[in-house]
Design a protein around this ligand. Sequence first.
Ligand SMILES: Nc1nc2c(ncn2[C@@H]2O[C@H](COP(=O)(O)OP(=O)(O)O)[C@@H](O)[C@H]2O)c(=O)[nH]1
Ligand SMILES: [Mg+2]
Length: 206
Amino acid sequence: MPRPSRAVDFGAAQFLTGAHLPSQCPPDSGAEVVFAGRSNSGKSSALNLIARPGLARTGKTPGRTRQINFFTCGGNRRLVDLPGYGYADVRQSLRAHWGQAIGRYLEERNSLKGLILTMDIRRAIAGEERQLLEWCAGRNLPARLLLTKSDKLSRAAAGQKLRAAGEVLKKEFNFDAQIFSALKNHGRDEARKVIVQWLLESGGEG
Ligand SMILES: Nc1nc2c(ncn2[C@@H]2O[C@H](COP(=O)(O)OP(=O)(O)O)[C@@H](O)[C@H]2O)c(=O)[nH]1
Ligand SMILES: [Mg+2]
């Protein structure tokens, strides 16, 4: 019988399942890290750079990813792509449905060990981001902000944005922020290091 892998293996990441309802999620054991963020914030692109190309669907149509997608990445460990929040063109009832599914996932998931929040570097931290970060802090879940699409700004402007966001995060939550560009391959190793740490420190193969 093959022994369960002790390593996190991003290169071997595979789609596991998509869930519309909490009951459709894979068994709540082992460890997983969730990617959350506004629709179009570069969440799936970040997942693909951090794990492997082509893993998560990326696209221009907001709200295309409407389920919670689970990917295996070695042993009993997973990366999770949450549906984006804050897209305006989805009917209220649907929003309520997704909101509820996401809320329950975030609240009830024991194997959840960390949250990656993606935000376009040109934006400032707003209500939705704050809400998620507050929730993480309240649950004692580590979080990290990826300031995505950093290639859209000059180096100096990106540095300024990082300092501004970093200050808010440190002061209010004690979380860290980093610069990220899926296009230019910036910030991958830094993000990987944190994710591996979250996935491994929480204990064994579960
Ligand atoms: N310039 C640039 N565009 C990006 C980057 N990451 C994502 N995008 C674009 O932003 C759009 C949304 O990306 P996607 O990953 O699908 O966002 P999601 O909705 O948050 O999953 C797509 O058109 C991507 O090509 C980046 O690092 N730089
Ligand atoms: Mg996506």
